[in-house]
Ligand binder design. Structure first.
Ligand SMILES: [Zn+2]
Length: 250
């Protein structure tokens, strides 16, 4: 069958300006930090943080400068590359999960308030989870990742839900017990959310769990996307919710 034609056209009034002077963004606390130069229209299109930062009162002089000294230059490089190419240059050969790196990128996306970036980082995390390593096995995120995830995301974050779903679906008791003597490494909020999910699932069969968490294994993972207006991604089918309706009393 012939490949479908991909139409590259977009509305002729939706193009962005690339003739404006790039914004200087200073990232990192080492010495003078690392300077990045990014077109303002690209920053404003993607990030509500930059949209606010580039308003006149937040800038000074002819060269607009945004201070991001408390961020990591390596992570910001990946973000800036994504802005210009739509790609996340995080894939390693041989395949390795890279959960920590992606979780840190997700936290950066939360700070920059870039929903599209958050959704694409989430897709990268799901892709990494579905991809077997050299030994043919697929790997969960380590429970210690919860300290990054829970300290850098809000309560309703899809990344928090992803962590809990991975463990509720097929986590092993060993992966939690491993950290029994180092409680600081596993976030208390994660353990609370996981306990609630396990209790909600306690009468569920293996088949039920596989169906309930099928978005971890196949299809477009809209369950972990943030959608403007509630529309799913193109080609996605509505999945089952991951919340159970049981109630508790004090
Ligand atoms: Zn989606």
């Amino acid at each position: 069958m012939a490949a479908a034609l991909i139409d590259p056209r977009a509305n002729d009034n939706e193009g962005i300006s690339i003739s404006d002077t790039p914004v200087k963004i200073v990232v990192g606390s080492d010495g003078e930090g690392v300077s990045f130069y990014v077109h303002p229209a690209i920053l404003q299109k993607h990030s509500s943080f930059f949209e606010a930062a580039l308003k006149k009162e937040w800038t000074s002089g002819p060269q607009r400068i945004v201070d991001l000294r408390d961020e990591d230059p390596g992570r910001f490089t990946l973000y800036a590359q994504w802005l210009y190419t739509g790609k996340l240059f995080t894939k390693l050969e041989p395949a390795m999960g890279g959960y920590k790196r992606h979780a840190q990128l997700y936290v950066l996306g939360e700070k920059l308030i870039d929903r599209t970036f958050l959704n694409r980082v989430m897709d990268a995390i799901i892709s990494a989870r579905r991809e077997p390593g050299e030994d043919g096995k697929k790997y969960h995120p380590n429970a210690s990742l919860s300290s990054i995830v829970y300290s850098g995301t809000p309560k309703c974050s899809p990344l928090r839900r992803f962590m809990v779903d991975c463990y509720a679906r097929s986590g092993s008791n060993k992966s939690i017990q491993l950290h029994a003597d180092e409680p600081a490494k596993v976030d208390h909020g994660f353990l609370m959310d996981l306990s609630a999910a396990l209790l909600a699932n306690r009468s569920a069969s293996k088949n039920h769990l596989e169906e309930k968490y099928s978005h971890l294994e196949r299809g477009i993972p809209c369950a972990y996307h943030i959608h403007e207006g509630g529309d799913l991604c193109e080609g996605a089918t509505p999945g089952r919710g991951t919340e159970d309706g049981s109630e508790d009393k004090d």
